[in-house]
Design a protein. Structure first.
Length: 70
């Protein structure tokens, strides 16, 4: 697979992660912590995981762009 193809796949992944993070945030907002503390906590954990994955994807894309320049 060529670097441009991988960058396109990484871009798609970033977009999907951002969308999933938005969904997790909406779920968290709909499940008040006082009423559903365990579910609310899970939504927070999922959102944190997605945000971290999004950052990892950005680092991957930067590395791929640097490789492309070489």
């Amino acid at each position: 697979m060529k670097v441009n193809e991988i960058l396109n796949e990484a871009k798609e992944l970033r977009q999907l992660m951002a969308k999933a993070s938005e969904i997790a945030q909406r779920l968290h907002e709909k499940l008040p912590e006082m009423e559903e503390p365990a579910i609310s906590a899970q939504c927070s954990v999922i959102r944190a995981f997605l945000l971290q994955t999004e950052r990892q994807e950005e680092m991957l894309a930067e590395m791929l762009r640097a490789k492309e320049v070489l």
